[in-house]
Design a binder for this molecule. Structure first.
Ligand code: ATP
Length: 134
């Protein structure tokens, strides 16, 4: 039977970030590319990269920052296990700006190993700043 809502659950190491019955999920940052999910989607499991989940609930668009992880999709649910995640309204912008500056400073002097780590920190900070502004 066709279901009309999707239960979206986002869990990070510090606990539950989102558990909500939503109309649709417009964007999930899959490692192989961004994808959307509507009720009745085929089952799938995928890894996630740093990015933003956007979804529609009660007529409004909502955003959640995702720092990598896994997603399991069924016809009526999406379960996400992320390394870290925050709802847009919970993002501390000052902290993200400070993290961005630290990462940019490190990238100026980075050797190869540090580069990967600093580039990921920069990506996280940039995504957080972007979604906190929406
Ligand atoms: P920072 O250098 O500021 O710690 P980070 O990208 O290294 O940033 P993470 O490792 O992704 O941080 O997250 C560590 C914890 O801090 C997680 O619980 C995450 O949700 C939280 N966190 C990180 N940055 C922010 C932020 N700007 N606003 C709110 N929570 C944040």
């Amino acid at each position: 039977m066709e279901t009309s809502k999707i239960t979206l659950e986002v869990v990070a190491p510090h606990g539950l970030v989102v558990r909500e019955d939503v109309d649709e999920v417009n964007a999930i940052p899959g490692s192989e590319g961004e994808f959307g999910v509507q009720p009745g989607h085929m089952n799938l499991v995928t890894t996630l990269k740093i990015g933003v989940i956007s979804y529609k609930s009660a007529g409004s668009e909502k955003y959640v920052f995702i720092n990598s992880g896994y997603a399991e999709v069924t016809a009526s649910s999406i379960s996400i296990l992320a390394d870290s995640a925050e709802k847009a309204e919970d993002i501390d912008v000052e902290r993200a700006i400070a993290a961005k500056q630290r990462a940019e400073e490190r990238l100026k002097h980075a050797d190869n190993v540090d580069f990967t780590r600093a580039a990921a920190a920069l990506e996280r900070a940039t995504a957080r700043i972007q979604i906190a502004k929406r």
